[in-house]
Design a protein around this ligand. Structure first.
Ligand SMILES: [Fe+2]
Ligand SMILES: [Fe+2]
Length: 166
């Protein structure tokens, strides 16, 4: 199995896109089923965002100064998604704003993932060697079991709080 950081993050993106599709298929159905998919979306996003925030982004910022602006924009996009995830986590699936909020979350995340995959991951791949990317990926694999899985855990909230207070 590859430990290349970009390969790993793209695998996460693929799973996140699959969950988004599942939500869109279920959004007009029973609230329970909809809520279950959103719970899975929130878990996938919480883990993925944590690994990017803790490992990928700071590492890339240090090693590839060329993409610094992309990283700063990405932190802000994560922050917006964090707020929406937090709100959804505390809402009932039959709330009248639930589907609308999830739809806005999906639109935001798809835009963000697109920018990662199309705009700056390719620059990172060009700038860093295979070994460096495998090392970064290995660090994310090691950290994954310790990642928060719900948006309200202190570890998950830390970056959102830093973004507001710092
Ligand atoms: Fe991201
Ligand atoms: Fe990502």
């Amino acid at each position: 199995m590859s430990t290349d950081a970009i390969v790993l993050l793209k695998e996460d993106h693929k799973e996140i896109r699959r969950l988004f599709k599942a939500f869109q298929d279920a959004e007009d159905g029973p609230a329970g089923a909809r809520g279950k998919i959103v719970t899975q979306i929130l878990e996938a996003l919480t883990v993925h965002t944590y690994l990017e925030n803790e490992v990928m982004y700071p590492e890339v910022r240090k090693l590839v100064p060329d993409v610094e602006d992309d990283i700063l924009e990405s932190y802000e996009e994560h922050h917006v998604a964090d707020v929406l995830c937090f709100e959804l986590f505390t809402m009932d699936a039959d709330d009248e704003r639930y589907v609308a909020k999830t739809t806005v979350l999906i639109e935001n995340v798809l835009h963000h993932v697109e920018e990662e995959e199309q705009e700056w991951f390719p620059k990172v791949r060009e700038a860093l060697g295979r070994n460096q990317l495998q090392e970064i990926g290995q660090r994310m694999l090691d950290l994954r079991p310790k990642a928060p899985t719900t948006p309200t855990e202190p570890k998950a909230l830390k970056k959102a709080r830093d973004a507001v207070v710092a």
